[in-house]
Design a protein around this ligand. Sequence first.
Ligand SMILES: NC(=O)c1ccc[n+]([C@@H]2O[C@H](COP(=O)([O-])OP(=O)(O)OC[C@H]3O[C@@H](n4cnc5c(N)ncnc54)[C@H](OP(=O)(O)O)[C@@H]3O)[C@@H](O)[C@H]2O)c1
Length: 250
Amino acid sequence: MTSSGSNYALILGASGGLGSALVTQFIADPTITTVFAVSSKGQPLTLPVPATQANKLVWIETEYDEQSMSGVVEQLKDYAGQFTRVCICHGLLHSETLWPEKRLEDINAQALHEVFESNTVVPTLWLKLLFKLLKGKTPCVVATLSARVGSIGDNRMGGWHAYRASKAALNMVLTNMSIEYGRRAKNVKLIAFHPGTTDTGLSKPFQASVPSGKLFTPAFVASQLSKIMSSAELDGQLLYVDWNGQPIPW
Ligand SMILES: NC(=O)c1ccc[n+]([C@@H]2O[C@H](COP(=O)([O-])OP(=O)(O)OC[C@H]3O[C@@H](n4cnc5c(N)ncnc54)[C@H](OP(=O)(O)O)[C@@H]3O)[C@@H](O)[C@H]2O)c1
């Protein structure tokens, strides 16, 4: 609990499958006062929470250039030092114009740029810009959605060049950030989180090969992440864990 008695959650990339499940998770959490949801899209007309809880939500629409993102942080400055939960949910694997590469001949510069922009650049800018909002006395846990395929040690299959490389780069950024936050904002704990294969638009085209029982609902994963965040220690160390809290090799 912050000194003002308020606990704020911030979900960045709030329209995605996991982002919107995390919004719902934290709105339903009685310890959270207000959920700030930031997205490139407008607020959905209906939320899967009781009407009595819907007033806990503040929706902020933005583009993801640094100037617009700074504007979001400026809008939140009155709540500085009172955020206890932050989830950075951006990620891109495929779109109408790009598809994960099966072999090196599929690599395309434009697709590399787009995937790195969403998976690495935007989360990195948030971690830069949020520093002044999060630094303080209130324990704050920041989870960034990474992926197991970003593990260099765990890579035995290859392929998905842009996505894998962008998540490995994200993991390095998070390692760097945890060192700097650990020095300059000791109240902040960073987590690189692998949700497991979760039933969202991102995984939709690849779900046929997922073993039975291994395709998770976004609500289940949001609940798991919330538990992991609640039990995280403020030790200045970056956690790289899966949905079950199990460590992943770098
Ligand atoms: N689903 C899985 O099986 C799975 C597995 C491993 C890791 N993950 C990771 O989990 C995270 C959430 O994925 P999801 O499954 O919820 O996917 P999703 O439903 O496709 O959501 C995509 C998310 O990425 C944001 N986004 C999309 N294009 C972007 C761009 N060009 N620039 C910045 N942000 C962009 C969206 O934000 P807006 O709110 O602005 O739309 C949204 O938060 C991603 O990091 C993904 O890599 C997912």
